[in-house]
Structures are given as C-alpha cells and as structure tokens.
Design a protein around this ligand. Structure first.
Ligand code: UN1
Length: 501
C-alpha cells in the first residue's frame, strides 16, 4: 500500500498539472526492488487525451507564428536546465527503470545534446532557393509546422527518445501531446517540467500518463493529431500504423531490432569481446540497438567464445543505484519471464547454453527482476533465439565461414536497425558497411551508442522509412511548402515551350 508520503504525479494539460478525468492512478515501482514505490501516476483515458489535443490545437495557432529563433531560445534554456538537473534525473531514471547510473546519466545527456542541436536548428531550418524556369520569378521551399504531434515512447531511453521527437517537433513550430511509457513516467514528467521551466508556453507541450490502450490509443483516432511518432515494439507499431491510416496522420515508427556484430578472423579479439559485452548486456540488453547476435568467423570462434563467456561471468548484476553494478534488472516481471522463456526456447532448439540462463534471487536480488547475463553458442541462423527480439540479457553466438556468409546471416532477419563489424581489413569493413541492410553501422565498435547529430533509425520491420534525431527529424515534424513569387507583372506560364515564353 502507498504510504501517506507517496507522491501522486499529475497530467500536464494547457499549462496546468491536473488529475485524470478517470479518477484513477497507477503505481510505478523500482524494478530492482519492488518494495520501492516511486509514485502514483494518472491513469489517463480518452477524455484526458481529447482535452490535451484540444489544448495543443489551440496553442498551435500562436506557437507556429513564434519565430523559430525565439522557439530555439527556449530549447537552449532547456539544455542548460537538463544539465543542472542531470544527477537528480539520472537517479530518478535508474530508480524507475533500472539501468545503471552511468547509463541514465548518458540518457539525460542525450536530452542535453538534442536540445542544443535543435536550439541551433532554430536559426537554420534551411529550405531551398532554386532558379525559376521563368524570368522575373523566384522559386523557394520552406519548412512548415504540421500541427499537433502525438508522441508515444518506450521506457528504456525515457528521456533521450522523447527528446529526439519532442524537441524537433517544437523547433519546427508544432505542439505536442506526449504519453511516456507507463513503466517510466517520472522521467517523462521531469522532461516536461524542464521544458515548462525553460519557458514553453501553456498548451504547447501536454503530457498524459497511462497505458497504451487507455492513454495511447485515443491519440490514434483523434482527427486533431496530425503526426504520430512512436518508439516501441514492432507489434504495437504495426497497430499504430493501421489505426492512423483512416485519418491520414503522418506516422513515424521506430521499432524492434535483432542487431549483429560480425567478428572476422583478423579482428582484435579483446576489442570484439569488449564490444559484444557492452553491446549485448548494456542496458540489460533492453535496447532496440542491442547486439543480440554475434556472428563469429570459425577461425577465431573457439577463442572468442572462451573470452566472451569468461567476461560475461564477471559482470556484477544488481541495483543500478550501486556504483559497483554493471548490469541492472529487466524492466518488469513479464519481461523477465519472456527472457526465461527464450532461454528454454534456445535449449529446446539445441543451442549450447554457455553461461547464464537463470533468474537471480540471492538476498536483495529476490526483490527485483534480475537475470544472469546469458550466452548461447552454436546458434544457427534459423533458430528463434537468432531471429526474434528478446529485449533482455541473452546473446546468440553464430559461427560463420566467410564475410559473405556473415553478411547474409546478418541480413536474414526481419529487422534492420544496427550492425557492426570487427576487422582490421578495410576492404571487409567497407563491403559489410555497404551490404548489411541496416540504418546504423559501426566499424570496430558495438551496435549501440548512436549520437544525436546523426540520423537514427532502421530498415525493414524496424522503421517505416523515417529517421529521427539529427535534422532528419525535421522531415518528420515539418512539411515542405514550395513558393513561387512572380514579379514580372504579367501572366507567365511554366511548362510551356520556350518559344511561347
Ligand atoms: C533505443 O533503444 O530505443 O544507440 C534507442 C543507442 C542509444 C539509443 C537506443 N543511443 O543504443
């Protein structure tokens, strides 16, 4: 039961913190210690979403006219405030979603970086000027805001990913209705509070907390929502895409991954092991970019496996608030159960369980959702553990005989987010870079750690063709208007033969 000191957090609509029309709240608990109740959050419903959309629609009429450099000044102030609040926000984040403090600090840092990047963009937002086909006529294109943007994000990067979406939406002149993941709503609230403190006007950013069916789904059918940007599972992304079709929303989806590290026979093996450890077990494997497959050349396979397994065994699993901890818990019991199910699936498929495979329940760990770092070896590309996104600390090692075969295996999954190669041969590196069909590619580094000033996104079932972060995000949150200015004082007609002109 919540104690009398338990804090109740509110929705933020039209510049005010208010309760949900539902009158209901939900609990947010620490995945490292389920006794630790972080707070009670509003269980929002369609009425709350309708109110938030209405506020955002009204605010859009003014916000779209605020000059972009002025909008950017607010983002610049937000960057400063995120930096001042970084430690406190990192602690809140570790407490609510479990990743270790150094990683949550990195998550807040992405919001700082993105705010700086988008603040700069307020003085650019470049369009094009091109010559007209006709005399005494100018031709140019400008970016226009679209309207209300619905933003639904995942819990694993609860400040970074909202920043990739909301900050470009704002600098372009849109307004926002934001639903953070129900597993990490406090980071969403911290994010919004900071924007408000930085000077974002009422109605420009609205926040509703709650679950997907209650607080997310109503956005999809609201005619007032013009853009939907989502990060989460492929199944949910598909449903969002379908639900948004009838009102012709612009939909941006960032979904699953089954990312591969390729280790060639000439790789620096210790470097590759470092990369596979960080790529596979960083964030407890709960990244869409996680290196959940390692494709290793048979010449170095035995050596690699030995070192990789030895390193995985040394990882200290525990509460992310403890600076000694290297890997935190799974986000929920359901997620932990999914991890354990995949361990059984791997065993049934005939892969070798080289290390891990068990839930950790010693002492204080019993109160959280902890699992050993787990490595399957002798995995074949057709096994489910080599194809399906597990979103947990489980890595499949797959032997290969050549670069061509490694590339074919890397590509033979439904997803296409990230991939990497460890090699000292520049020809191998460039061939893999060209032929692995993903949105991100790394050489001699793991599949994770994207930076905010490069486009982020994937191919195939990972994405629906858009990219986020970087200025690629501006393409999601603005639309082009082509403008022709005729100063000839007479009717000039394009698409005519020159003679007639
Ligand atoms: C995600 O898992 O949703 O490149 C995003 C990375 C992080 C972002 C991951 N910067 O791994």
């Amino acid at each position: 039961m919540p104690s009398s000191r338990t804090q109740t957090y509110l929705n933020f609509i039209n510049g005010e913190w208010i309760p949900s029309a539902s009158g209901e709240v939900f609990e947010n608990r620490n995945p490292a210690n389920s006794d630790d109740l972080i707070g009670l959050f509003q269980k929002s419903n369609a009425a709350d979403v309708a109110r938030a959309v209405e506020a955002a629609e009204a605010a859009f009429q003014e916000w779209r006219l605020v000059p972009a450099p002025r909008r950017a000044e607010i983002l610049f102030r937000a960057a400063q405030l995120f930096a001042e609040r970084k430690d406190a926000f990192s602690r809140d984040m570790t407490r609510e979603m479990g990743k270790v403090l150094s990683e949550t600090g990195g998550d807040v840092q992405e919001a700082i970086d993105m705010a700086q990047l988008m603040a700069g963009e307020g003085r650019r937002l470049y369009g094009q000027t091109v010559p007209s086909e006709l005399r005494n006529k100018f031709a140019m294109s400008v970016r226009q805001p679209i309207g209300v943007c619905g933003i639904i994000t995942a819990w694993n990067f609860p400040m970074a990913v909202p920043s990739w979406k909301i900050l470009p939406a704002l600098v372009c002149g849109n307004t926002v209705v934001f639903k953070p993941a129900e597993e990490a709503p406090l980071s969403g609230i911290n994010f919004v509070q900071t924007l408000v403190d930085a000077g974002v006007p009422p109605g420009v950013v609205n926040l509703v907390t709650g679950d997907g069916p209650g607080a997310g789904a109503p956005m999809l059918t609201q005619p007032g929502v013009k853009v939907m940007s989502f990060t989460g599972s492929t199944a949910t992304g598909r449903a969002i895409n379908q639900a948004c079709a009838s009102t012709f929303k612009k939909v941006h989806l960032e979904m699953g991954g089954k990312n591969a590290i390729i280790v060639m026979d000439d790789a620096k093996l210790d470097l590759a092991v470092d990369g596979a450890i960080w790529g596979g077990f960083g964030t407890t494997g709960q990244r869409c970019t996680a290196a959940s497959r390692v494709i290793v050349h048979r010449q170095v396979y035995a050596q690699f496996v030995e070192r990789f397994v030895a390193r995985a065994k040394t990882l200290r699993v525990g509460d992310g608030l403890d600076p000694q901890t290297q890997m935190g818990p799974s986000i929920t019991e359901a997620q932990l159960i999914k991890v354990m199910e995949y361990v059984h699936i791997g065993e049934d498929e005939g892969a070798t369980l080289a290390t891990g495979g068990t839930r950790l329940t010693d002492g204080a760990l019993a109160k959280g959702f902890f699992h050993e770092p787990t490595i399957f070896t002798d995995v074949t590309p057709k096994m489910r553990i080599a194809r399906e996104e597990i979103f947990g600390p489980v890595v499949s090692v797959i032997p290969c005989d050549s670069l061509d075969q490694a590339i074919a295996i890397a590509n033979d999954v439904e997803y296409g987010l990230s991939a990497s190669i460890y090699t000292q041969d520049i020809n191998h590196a460039f061939a893999a870079m060209r032929d692995v069909y993903t949105g991100l590619f790394y050489v001699n580094a793991p599949t994770i750690d994207a930076e905010v000033h490069l486009p982020f996104g994937g191919t195939k079932a990972t994405s629906n063709g858009h990219r986020e972060a970087e200025i690629a995000a501006l393409d999601v949150f603005s639309e082009w208007k082509s403008i022709y200015v005729d100063f000839s004082g007479k009717l000039q007609r394009a698409q005519m033969d020159l003679e007639e002109i």
